[in-house]
Design a protein around this ligand. Structure first.
Ligand code: CTP
Ligand code: MG
Length: 235
């Protein structure tokens, strides 16, 4: 069985408001993207497709893949304007493979345990996504921010990555998505599989530390996690 990872690093990081895309900002002297690449490199994953913007391909090759010796990165490909465009480029580059693990390059605290759980779940169900039950009560609001609905908290999860799928299935789902009208409301891969193929996606508990670096305060939170937990600090 062949396991391929797609690591996404083609976003511009608008909400971070930094000059350089957030995945290349440094945490303890290493770019944010380094941390997840390292975990995938040292796992059962057979190869990694790194998706970045066209302008950053040679930077990624020299300053990340070659510098840190990530031998499993077999391709660095250009992404697109929305996350789902970038995912699709990764899927095309992955070719025929049994399983595809899609991961946000801006999510440095993925662990070997989370990847192992993703493998177990995808082998069993064909489609799975990392997540955690929410801690806050969630409200659905109308266009004027009036609460219209309060889903039962125990049934609401925040969804993370990695999200893992049978290779054939996720390719089919994305092909269907692209054969239809563009849909900029697509924010994760499970959603594409759920809506295009009507296939249920199994959620599994990852960790509350598996955050996505999105806004400036997330960098402070990330430093606390790195300081506290030597597991994340690998040379
Ligand atoms: N991503 C990507 N291609 C895009 C948009 C996002 O590969 N066109 C990647 C990002 O690099 C990130 C992950 O998808 O690793 C999650 O996206 P998000 O946190 O939204 O990152 P950005 O789109 O860069 O940030 P923002 O939405 O604030 O602009
Ligand atoms: Mg985005």
């Amino acid at each position: 069985m062949h396991h391929t990872a797609i690591i996404l690093a083609a976003g511009k990081g608008k909400r971070m408001q930094s000059e350089i895309p957030k995945q290349y900002l440094e945490l303890e002297g290493k770019p944010i993207i380094y941390y997840s690449l390292k975990v995938f490199e040292e796992s059962f994953i057979d190869n990694i497709i790194l998706v970045t913007s066209k302008e950053d391909i040679s930077f990624c090759r020299k300053e990340i893949v070659e510098k840190f010796g990530f031998r499993k990165v077999t391709e660095i490909v250009a992404g697109g304007s929305q996350r789902y465009h970038s995912v699709y480029q990764g899927i095309l580059a992955a070719g025929d493979t049994d399983y595809i693990y899609i991961h946000d390059g801006a999510r440095p605290f993925v662990t070997a345990r989370i990847l192992k759980d993703a493998k177990e779940q995808v082998e069993k169900y064909g489609a799975c996504a990392a997540g955690m039950p929410v801690k806050d009560t969630i409200k659905i609001v109308d266009s004027r921010d009036f609460a219209v609905n309060t889903p039962e908290r125990s049934l609401v999860w925040q969804v993370q990555t990695p999200q893992a799928f049978s290779g054939k299935l996720v390719k089919e789902a994305y092909e269907k998505l692209f054969s239809e009208a563009e849909n900029d409301a697509v924010t994760d891969d499970a959603m594409v599989v759920e809506t295009m193929l009507k296939i249920p996606v199994k959620l599994f508990q990852a960790s509350y530390e598996n955050i996505k670096i999105t806004t400036p305060e997330d960098l402070q939170i990330a430093s606390v996690f790195l300081d506290k937990n030597s597991m994340y600090k690998k040379c």
